[in-house]
Design a protein around this ligand. Structure first.
Ligand SMILES: [Zn+2]
Ligand SMILES: [Zn+2]
Length: 1021
């Protein structure tokens, strides 16, 4: 006997039992142990940070990380899966800052770095329990007991080794460069972090500023006969170059204006003054119809001198210039009250927007900085690292974006603001704290990734991306536009940068291991087993090998993306330990994360691996789209539309949620998700499967079916079809999973389960129901049993719980020599010789004809139980007609018609014929009903009522009954005529006229307008 299966099932409850089974029997551990000597399949776990509750998007990536390894295990691979935790970086510091109510670095310094970092260390495991619980609950098999943790000394030492390798190969440098800087976090961001934070609805000022020309270059020739003289206009102090900007706060840093050398510039008169614009852009400035007084080329104006908007010396601001020949060093210039700035020409000046005159502030923006170096321009930095205006400007002390108004008011008061409005455009913000980023010139440590750009691109060509377009698209583009990795952070909680510098000479050293540190001369501040984090590591110093100075550590920490990107080797403390473990797990066969990681983890893994090992470190990637709410809105705490995974898991269960994640949309697409959508999946798919399974178990128990007891050769077309379909399904699913496509594989299984339930089981009901245990019945049992067992194995990677539940009952309860879990079994193998393509396509056609036939019946509102005389089918060919004749028994039964006929002519709808057409096919149902058919219809209605009454009366499926009835003459005739049929269908031993007073369950009905009273009583056999 199988364990009885309740059709009213609560999946979460079953899943808890399965979790207990896996835990107590160590099934996950065994799934690796039994494959100990098999080839390995390697998953790299992209480490999450456990300083927040895991969300629904984590479930998405975690189930995709699970499905492939489970499949590979069943295919015979050994799949070790090491968990990992990302524990460093700005996100962690921000959480702690928030908790302490801090708004900047000064407060951290006051509070003490040691205390601050201790809190960071604590916070990264704050939600560890929740993470472990969710991971287990959703059935993501991962070795959570031996995770790699990026804050461990061993992990840090491996990162140090990697940095030292890069250092030795000249791939690390310090540049005085413009970096995207977050003023709130007080640190640079790497370009892949910047890419995470663009907002395309940023509102900024759009302003036209006037720069007063002091004198023109002497080479400007003038047409003496013209009325207008530019030289005179300049001398009169009425001539201005007009520049456009969206960042007024950068104007105090302006030290030059750039024009396009070959472009035409026009002088126009406006309100009694003379303004200079690019000729092509005069109109777009919208100053009305202005007459062009004179035209000049950009290079004619080059060398013009203009008055600074803000002379830095008047506002306590330093003015510097690059020291000739020394990269990254600047010299302070003497105060100059009559300071003038020079007009330059440059090829980056756009004629698409603005005025064709670009305001240059070398302290802000890469282009400006480079222009400054090339033209030996002044460098004025009126903004500090917190994004506040320094000096004694009227708007000093304000945050840059808040200073915009002050700057404009000041210029307006001096008549230098021509026009001011607002613009909505794309601007980068800090991906973590949402502060607007500043492009800020400062010193930063870089990894010269651009030196290995070609290698990264060719390595990428060997990676299989799913979806495929990521390879040349999002990821490929990112690699093509590679810029060096700004990887130092002026922060506290991170892997400390392992570079030491002499306090006297210009000597730098990178130390790549603890042993290297230990062997330095004059070492101080180091002890065995010390915490390698700040502030302790800051005290490690030693003698400069070049002079009598001391070597102290550069205070920066490194980008936490470098940590996670180092996991292929750092998780093993390579190369200090586990050299063989690293080698056998490198590269990974498979990784999966969300699409934003093309600029995050996917990139840092690829970059580091290429730099260190000259090859990619992963072969296959499933790149996941984002999750939106049911309305297609981004989920956010602010919107209040975040779905808690727990809610879904408690109501529908992990299998339903997993199935939804796999099949609702392809992995790369964005997907909508709501509690209801998962409930629907549970009803549509899991319940269909469950009902089929429970149907089988119920009948099998009644008939004492024992799996494998008697083999019969299937003769039924239905059985042949199911076996064919099943083997085709196995072949398809295997092929799809081998190609990392769980979505199509899942959908194939789903449509198979539908056909199994709605065609095979429905068409076979009578075979299970009939009383004689003939070969046909045994064949039906064998076929359905084999199919359900195979399904449990096919589904094991997708819905591991229901698969296990079915397997335990169907297989383990009869055969304790079978593997103790479905997940320890092998994946089914398709027997190609059992696939009969004809029978599959023929049955598909029959199902299509039936579905059209049902539609034709429905069109005329004929009840399903009313038998009709005939269905007429117009198929495409004689071979199709042949196929349908072969399956006619099933079609007749399914459509409840007496006869099938074929035609090659068009069917015409009329009173007696209801027609449905689809493509080349037509199906007509003859709706003319004879008294004989009416009687049969009534008999069928009576059967249905009796069957419902059996359930209402609480009878077992195999209980026999006595049936009683009361009705008019017509009912009498129906019951006499169809008594055998009614008895057989309802397990009635007899049908008696007259309702007994008591001891029977009775109900009253109206069937075809006839009053009927029915009663049933259980009959002892
Ligand atoms: Zn920030
Ligand atoms: Zn030195």
């Amino acid at each position: 006997m199988f364990k009885p299966v309740n059709s009213r099932v609560h999946f979460p409850e079953i899943e808890q039992k399965i979790l207990d089974l896996w835990r107590t029997e160590r099934i996950f551990e065994k799934s690796i142990e039994i494959r100990g000597s098999s080839p390995k399949f390697i998953l790299y776990e992209g480490p999450p940070t456990a300083n927040g509750n895991p969300g629904i998007h984590h479930v998405l990536s975690r189930v995709y990380k699970d499905v492939i390894p489970r499949y590979k295990t069943m295919k015979g691979f050994c799949v070790p899966r090491k968990a990992g935790w990302d524990t460093h970086g700005l996100p962690v510091e921000l959480e702690v800052e928030k908790m302490l109510g801090f708004s900047g670095k000064a407060q951290i310094e006051d509070y003490g770095v040691a205390k601050f970092n201790a809190l960071c260390r604590e916070s990264v495991f704050k939600y560890l329990k929740q993470w472990n619980a969710l991971t287990e609950r959703i059935g993501f098999w991962l070795d959570m007991d031996h995770p790699y943790v990026t804050l461990d000394n061993a992990y840090i030492e491996s990162c140090w080794w990697a940095i030292k390798q890069l250092w030795d190969h000249g791939l690390i440098y310090r540049g005085y460069k413009v970096t995207p800087h977050c003023p709130r976090c007080g640190t640079s961001l790497s370009s892949h972090e910047v890419a995470l934070g663009y907002q395309d609805d940023a509102v900024d000022p759009s302003v036209y500023i006037k720069f007063k020309i002091h004198n023109l270059p002497s080479n400007i020739t003038e047409d003496m006969s013209a009325k207008f003289s530019l030289n005179k206009a300049v001398k009169d102090g009425k001539t201005y170059l007009v520049a456009w900007t969206t960042t007024p706060w950068t104007l105090p840093g302006n030290t030059s204006l750039a024009l396009a050398a070959d472009a035409d510039y026009a002088v126009i008169e406006y309100n009694g003054e003379y303004l200079i614009f690019a000729r092509a852009l005069v109109e777009s400035a919208g100053l009305g119809n202005s007459q062009i007084l004179q035209s000049l080329k950009g290079n004619e104006l080059e060398g013009s001198l203009y008055e600074p908007l803000f002379n830095p010396h008047a506002f306590n601001q330093e003015r510097k210039r690059a020291k000739h020949g020394v990269q990254g060093q600047f010299e302070v210039q003497k105060p100059d009250n009559k300071l003038l700035y020079r007009v330059i020409t440059a090829d980056f000046v756009s004629m698409e927007e603005g005025t064709g005159i670009v305001h240059i502030a070398p302290a802000f923006g890469e282009v400006d900085f480079q222009a400054g170096l090339e033209n030996n321009l002044d460098f004025v930095q009126p903004v500090d690292l917190a994004g506040k205006i320094t000096g004694s400007y009227p708007f000093a002390g304000k945050f840059v974006k808040d200073a915009d108004t002050g700057v404009l008011n000041d210029l307006d008061a001096r008549g230098l603001l021509l026009k001011s409005s607002k613009i909505t455009h794309t601007y980068p913000f800090c991906w973590r704290c949402d502060a607007p980023l500043l492009y800020y010139a400062k010193k930063t440590w870089y990894i010269r990734t651009s030196a290995k750009k070609e290698e990264m691109i060719s390595g990428n060509s060997r990676i299989n991306w799913y979806p495929e377009h990521i390879k040349e698209g999002r990821f490929g583009d990112w690699l093509k536009n590679n810029v060096d990795w700004a990887f130092s952070r002026e922060r506290y909680w991170g892997t400390p940068l392992n570079i030491w510098a002499c306090n006297k000479c210009n000597h730098y050293e990178c130390l790549g291991s603890l042993t290297e540190i230990k062997t330095r001369k004059g070492l101080k501040g180091f002890s065995e087993n010390m915490d390698l984090h700040r502030p302790y590591v800051d005290d490690v110093e030693y003698d400069c090998p070049k002079c009598d100075g001391r070597m102290t550590r550069q205070t920066e920490v490194i980008d936490c993306w470098f940590d996670s990107g180092s996991m292929p080797f750092a998780q093993w403390h390579y190369p200090f330990e586990n050299v063989d473990k690293f080698k056998e797990s490198f590269p990974a066969d498979y990784i999966s994360e969300a699409v934003d990681q093309t600029r995050g983890w996917f990139y840092s893994l690829h970059a580091i691996s290429t730099l260190l090992f000259d090859q990619p470190c992963y072969k296959n990637v499933i790149c996941l789209g984002h999750i939106l709410d049911a309305q297609g809105e981004k989920m956010s705490k602010a919107r209040g539309n975040v779905i808690d995974p727990g809610t879904v898991l408690d109501s529908s269960g992990a299998d339903a949620l997993r199935w939804y994640m796999f099949t609702a949309s392809p992995p790369g697409n964005v997907r909508r998700l709501s509690v209801d959508m998962v409930v629907e999946v549970m009803r549509n798919f899991l319940m269909t499967l469950w009902n089929t399974y429970s149907f089988f178990v119920m009948y099998a128990n009644i008939d004492n079916f024992v799996p494998g007891k008697k083999a019969v050769t299937p003769v039924s077309e239905l059985d042949k079809w199911l076996i064919s379909s099943l083997n085709q399904l196995i072949a398809d699913v295997e092929d799809l999973l081998d190609n990392y496509d769980p979505t199509t594989a899942g959908r194939r299984i789903e449509s198979f389960v539908n056909d199994l339930s709605n065609w095979y089981v429905r068409r076979s009901r009578r075979r299970f129901w009939k009383s004689q245990n003939d070969d046909d019945k045994i064949s039906a049992y064998n076929t359905l049993y084999h199919t359900l067992v195979t399904l449990s194995k096919l589904l094991a990677p997708f819905t591991p719980f229901i698969a296990e539940e079915m397997y335990q009952n169907l297989v383990r309860s009869f055969d304790d020599t079978s593997p103790e879990s479905v997940h320890l079994d092998n994946f089914p193998v398709a027997h190609k010789n059992l696939i009969n393509k004809d029978i599959i396509s023929d049955t598909e056609l029959a199902m299509k004809i039936c579905s059209m036939g049902r539609a034709a019946r429905a069109k005329n509102a004929v009840k399903v139980r009313q038998p009709l005389p005939r269905v007429i089918v117009k198929a495409r060919s004689s071979s199709e007609r042949e196929a349908l004749s072969k399956l006619s028994v099933q079609i007749l039964d399914e459509l409840n018609v007496k006869d099938i006929a074929f035609t090659e002519d068009e069917l015409k709808e009329d009173k007696k014929l209801s027609v449905v057409a689809e493509g080349d096919y037509q199906v007509g149902v003859v709706t003319e009903i004879t008294p004989e058919l009416i009687a049969e219809g009534i008999a069928r209605e009576i059967v249905r009522r009796l069957q419902t009454m059996r359930r209402s009366a609480g009878l077992e499926i195999a209980d026999h009954i006595l049936t009683y009835y009361e009705g008019n003459e017509q009912i009498d005739r129906v019951i006499q005529r169809f008594s055998d049929y009614i008895k057989q269908e309802t397990l009635s031993k007899g049908i008696v006229k007259g309702i007994p007073d008591k001891g029977a369950y009775s109900e009253k009905f109206k069937i075809s307008n006839l009053e009927v009273v029915l009663a049933i009583r259980k009959q002892g056999s």
